[in-house]
Write a protein that binds this ligand. Structure first.
Ligand code: TRP
Length: 371
């Protein structure tokens, strides 16, 4: 694959991603300054992740705001495929989702697609996936979602709620559609082929819970868009509002391009990593730097491909600090060791606090479950 090419599907993100092209390909819209201003008017602040373009694209976010302004509250819906431990990259969209929940004061449904991850993986047993499901729930709760306004939906456990809706959806989507949208092949197992309606179902669950058409806003990385595309096509025919979305970019992994991956442990900082491990991982990460200090001073470095830069920008730097970091990096005034040091110093206390919340979450699980 040349560096010009990239592929994005719900199961794999490869290459150097051109987000403008991706929006064009998927047919989504860029979050405009006007839209940002509308959000600010309601919430009182533009979250840094929005301002810094981590959340950058949407479908029908404007409609969600219009309905909200009329007093018609939406539900948030997001999810996680429990295929492994939680790393920092996973936390960003959840932190953002929590901000949305707080500011708009709305309910959230959080789906755990244990079925999907069992079906998709080669080696994992259902037992393996269930362990990750239980572990991941602690991370989700540790984010600080409102227990009175948040329900976690586990596909295999809560299938009774999901199945009737997913049948209605499945009946309206053909094989040729999912084949084209998801890239299924003849060798794809039929569980995977039948899975999309299960992830689509929570889009309509709020309408069923509330007993009236209820708008849904889905914060998700843009690789999940194919699900919502097929869901939107059938929503109105089924009497439900089309699910709206707000899309994030991917956080680069330490040591590669594309997204951080739990299946390559050295590329990810897990929420359970201790200080020593965090130091080690950050010390040995790939950066946008030059091979030698002399060259870096002379030529400057490339922050745009540097995971250390992006971690600092999205998690810890202010916009001003980050812009300054970018400028100094490009002009060779900043060496990678300094940025790595900054990232270590910020990550360790952040995760120490997170781990505390994660321990506390163990007693809270029941509050977040559907009956
Ligand atoms: N398929 C997603 C994953 O593999 C999990 C998921 C389910 C999800 N429903 C969602 C993600 C809604 C975002 C929004 O991670």
């Amino acid at each position: 694959m040349s560096s010009e090419e990239f592929t994005v599907t719900p199961w794999s993100v490869e290459g150097d991603i051109d987000y403008d092209k991706l929006m064009q390909k998927f047919g989504t819209e860029k979050i405009s300054p006007e839209l940002e201003a509308r959000i600010e008017k309601i919430t009182g602040e533009v979250h840094p992740m929005l301002k810094l373009g981590y959340f950058f694209s949407h479908r029908d976010l404007d409609k969600i705001l219009t309905e909200y302004e009329k007093g018609n509250k939406f539900y948030l819906y997001t999810g996680r495929g429990p295929s492994g431990k939680i790393h920092m990259g996973h936390l960003l969209p959840w932190i953002f989702t929590k901000y949305l929940q707080e500011k708009f004061d709305v309910n959230l449904i959080f789906q755990l697609t244990d079925d999907e991850k069992f079906l998709y993986s080669d080696g994992k047993t259902m037992d393996d996936v269930s362990k990750f499901t239980q572990e991941n729930i602690l991370d989700i709760i540790a984010i600080g979602f409102d227990p009175k306004k948040t329900k976690i939906l586990i596909d295999t456990k809560d299938i009774k709620r999901i199945y009737p809706i997913s049948l209605e959806i499945a009946k309206r989507i053909t094989y040729s559609t999912v084949k084209a949208v998801f890239g299924f092949e003849n060798s794809t197992n039929i569980g995977m082929i039948g899975f999309p309606p299960i992830q689509a179902a929570p889009c309509f669950l709020p309408s069923i819970i509330e007993g009236r058409p209820t708008p849904v806003l889905i914060p998700a990385a843009i690789d999940q868009d194919p699900y919502w595309r097929v869901t939107r096509d059938i929503a109105e025919k089924m009497g439900y509002p089309k699910p709206a979305q707000i899309h994030s970019k991917f956080l680069p992994g330490l040591g590669m391009q594309g997204k951080m991956s739990s299946s390559i442990p050295e590329t990810a900082i897990f929420t359970t990593d201790d200080d020593k491990t965090i130091d080690k991982k950050i010390s040995s990460t790939f950066t946008g730097g030059q091979p030698t200090v002399e060259l870096q001073r002379k030529l400057g470095a490339n922050f745009s491909i540097c995971p250390v830069f992006w971690y600092l920008r999205y998690f810890f730097d202010t916009e001003k600090e980050s812009d300054e970091r970018a400028r100094k990096c490009k002009s060779g005034q900043l060496l990678c060791g300094e940025c790595k040091g900054n990232l270590k110093d910020a990550t360790k206390p952040f995760l120490t606090e997170f781990k505390k919340q994660r321990e506390k979450a163990k007693d809270q699980v029941d509050k977040f479950m559907f009956d």
